[in-house]
Design a binder for this molecule. Structure first.
Ligand code: AMP
Ligand code: MG
Length: 323
């Protein structure tokens, strides 16, 4: 059974450190989503991460370190990478770098690169520093489900297979980190996130672009089914169409996610980046059949949100076709 530890309690934080040092799995509350952490030098613990999540073995893990000076021990940092690191770390960004020998194939899925991140919140960096080893930490959900943004989400998905979760309340960002890689002096976004293309361009002066299909498939996680609720997810731009489909709510299990209420008698929940995954999970818990997401202009301009919404909608479509 999973132990729930409180990030505000010093003894509980020490317990999380001790468990991780001894090769156990502990879910940690980063600013993006809760991550399922294990030390990277313990092959058994790393294998248990894949087992617990049902994660495909070809989907590499992000390695978390506490301080910029720790990056050199696991990766080779170029001049342009150093600019990125200085501007955005700690923060909701992951940088893919050439890896050093001590990062094993089971962490990187055999890739010659390693994805590195420094979480934004002090308590997680403190835990990593005290464990004294970099921690691999993918999102602490069952593979394919929406990422966990509260400790309860971790308990719901992994309560029987993970040793502990450190509870620090809901994640402030709520979507996974921006994943970037510098290739031939161009900055390639492998996964959009809270650090946007505009921010990256302004900080580095580099040309910034999204990954093409070939590059995206080199970031294996982007190939897999992701972020999906059990309910059917439908993306709708136009408010009239939202109302038309939402009106079914009277007779069918439907909920609308929108920035504003669509009107009387339509079951409605507030849509925002930091509550998106919680709302998808809530809809599933209520056995909602259909989630209608109102993608107004502001939502459509949010690349990270639209990326997750499109992929979740795709996944639920595939599931229905497969029956
Ligand atoms: P998660 O930890 O579940 O948020 O997923 C990690 C994401 O980082 C996935 O999309 C992976 O494909 C990506 N990733 C991890 N390591 C690498 C790497 N070495 N090269 C490219 N992408 C990576
Ligand atoms: Mg994940």
């Amino acid at each position: 059974m999973i132990t729930i530890l409180q990030a505000s309690n010093a003894d509980d934080v020490s317990r999380a450190v001790d468990l991780l040092q001894r090769g156990h799995l502990v879910a940690l509350p980063t600013e993006t989503v809760y991550g399922l952490a294990a030390r990277i030098d313990d092959a058994r613990a790393i294998a248990r991460i894949f087992e617990a999540k049902g994660r495909p073995a070809d989907n590499p893990l992000i390695v978390h370190v506490a301080d910029v000076s720790d990056i050199d021990n696991i990766a080779i940092v170029g001049d342009a990478d150093a600019v990125l690191i200085r501007h955005f770390m700690p923060g909701p960004i992951t940088i893919v770098l050439p890896r050093r020998e001590n990062v094993s194939d089971n962490v990187t899925a055999g890739l010659p690169t390693v994805a590195v991140r420094i979480p934004g919140n002090d308590v997680v960096r403190d835990v990593i520093r005290r464990v004294g080893k970099p921690l691999a930490a993918p999102s602490a959900n069952l593979s394919g489900r929406p990422s966990p943004t509260t400790a309860q989400h971790v308990v719901d998905d992994l309560g029987n297979v993970v040793d502990a979760v450190l509870d620090a309340g809901p994640c402030s960002v709520g979507l996974e980190s921006t994943v970037v890689q510098i290739v031939n002096n161009e900055l390639v976004i492998l996964r959009p996130g809270a650090v946007t293309a505009a921010m990256l361009a302004a900080a580095t002066g580099l040309a910034v672009r999204s990954a093409d299909d070939h590059e995206a498939s080199a970031s294996p996680g982007t190939r897999h089914r992701h972020y999906a609720p059990r309910a059917q997810l439908v993306l709708v731009h136009d408010l009239e169409e939202v109302r038309r489909q939402g009106a079914d709510g009277a007779t069918k299990a439907v909920v609308v996610l929108s920035r504003h209420s669509p009107g009387d008698n339509i079951p409605w929940r507030q849509l925002s980046a930091h509550s998106l995954y919680a709302e998808l999970r809530r809809a599933d818990a209520l056995h909602v059949e259909k989630i209608i997401v109102h993608c107004d202009e502001e939502i459509r301009s949010d690349e990270a949100m639209m990326n997750r919404l499109r992929r979740a909608a795709e996944s639920t479509k595939e599931e229905r076709q497969e029956g």
